[in-house]
Design a protein around this ligand. Structure first.
Ligand code: AMP
Ligand code: MN
Ligand code: MN
Length: 373
């Protein structure tokens, strides 16, 4: 069911307890959009909180309040570590009555599945994705109503009320308009301005990709006027530990040319991933190889579960991603292969890439800088 921005605003106005969420492996737009809207709703006196499936990357901790976001994976890690420690302690002192009574010990012994604390809400708002990529948030939040706001052309949401603007460079660009339409003033709320700016900046490759429009720049200008310091945000997002740079160097040794040099890929299977700690951003290094129309990165962090990132100069990679249950934009898309041996997943992907390159005549697609996330 399609929703207008006006109707979305109305739903937000009517609700009091609101949970904001976004996709797994949250990027700058996912975190910036959810937190930006949270700050706005809180300024209206509403109870608004962000809950995400995965952890917010350390670089995004530059955003005020990012550490306090509920991150289910993080909660799970803490709970499991506590249970493990308690179990160790109980083993070390089996006679200890205290350990016997400790519920964490029992949980550890029985290997009970950890379950996140549920939350009741009037409204759940899903941002920067459709509902299928929010992980356990959909079970944790008991919401009376749900709405979806997104900028992915591949968003096929049929059941929920959904507002999709494929022209928006970032979900944060839609929220910029929504917040203004609801009377929000960025100059009075710096954290809100910083979060929305981060969404705009990260999804446009810092205003370089072809999704950057005059509207995106006007929005960014207003956010700068409200006090956002662009260098502070970009420097915090770019900085990487030395070990991560060395990991990227190792990962780059795996770059291979595909299809007579019309594509380039990095394929990192589970064994290779054990030596490579950090590979975020590698696709941005592959996509700049001269003469290629497509860049792909496939990583198997979890055995038999490979994740794929694709970038192109005009060829529609969202169509390739869609055939494997993923999605995205023309020039930036992704998908995942579940319960599939790495070599099988790689062969499937490569055959789709080959077919797409065979069918693609350079210069006939949406040309421009690869990117557009
Ligand atoms: P990434 O390569 O992870 O930066 O993602 C590129 C674009 O594709 C982003 O807009 C993502 O939201 C989208 N995307 C990545 N993986 C998936 C997926 N499994 N399903 C749908 N969209 C995806
Ligand atoms: Mn995103
Ligand atoms: Mn986005």
């Amino acid at each position: 069911m399609e929703l207008t921005l006006h109707e979305a605003a109305e739903k937000l106005r009517q609700a009091d307890r609101i949970v904001l969420t976004a996709h797994e492996h949250p990027d700058g737009d996912a975190v910036g959009s959810t937190m930006g809207l949270m700050y706005f709703l809180q300024s209206l006196g509403k109870q608004a909180q962000v809950i995400l499936e995965d952890k917010v990357s350390k670089n995004l901790h530059i955003l005020p309040g990012a550490r306090e976001v509920r991150q289910l994976k993080w909660e799970q890690e803490i709970a499991e570590k506590a249970a493990e420690e308690a179990a160790e302690k109980a083993k070390a002192e089996p006679e200890s009555e205290k350990a016997q009574e400790n519920p964490a010990v029992n949980a550890g012994e029985k290997k009970e599945e950890w379950e996140p604390e549920p939350v009741e809400a009037d409204l759940l708002v899903i941002l920067d994705t459709s509902a299928d990529r929010i992980g356990r948030v959909k079970d944790v939040v008991k919401a009376a109503a749900v709405i979806n706001i997104d900028h992915h052309i591949t968003n096929q949401e049929k059941e929920l009320p959904v507002y999709v603007d494929g022209q928006a460079a970032a979900c944060a660009e839609i929220l910029f308009e929504l917040i203004r339409a609801m009377g929000g003033d960025f100059s009075k709320n710096l954290p809100m301005a910083q979060c929305i700016y981060t969404g705009l900046a990260t999804d446009t490759g810092f205003f370089r990709f072809s999704n950057t429009t005059a509207h995106t720049m006007h929005a960014a200008a207003e956010l700068l006027a409200a006090g956002v310091e662009p260098n502070v945000i970009s420097e915090a997002l770019e900085v990487k530990p030395y070990e991560d740079i060395m990991s990227l160097a190792k990962a780059m040794e795996h770059i291979e040319l595909l299809h007579d040099g019309r594509g380039a890929g990095v394929f990192l299977d589970y064994e290779t991933m054990q030596e490579i700690r950090h590979t975020d951003g590698i696709v941005d290094m592959v996509r700049v190889i001269e003469g290629i129309d497509i860049a792909v990165v496939m990583k198997e962090k979890i055995k038999d579960n490979a994740r794929v990132s694709m970038r192109s100069t005009g060829l529609d990679v969202s169509a390739i991603a869609k055939t494997f249950g993923g999605g995205g934009h023309v020039r930036a898309a992704g998908c995942g292969f579940r319960n599939t041996p790495f070599e099988t997943a790689k062969a499937k992907l490569l055959s789709a890439v080959d077919a797409a390159l065979d069918a693609y005549v350079p210069g006939t697609g949406e040309e421009g800088t690869p990117g557009n996330v």
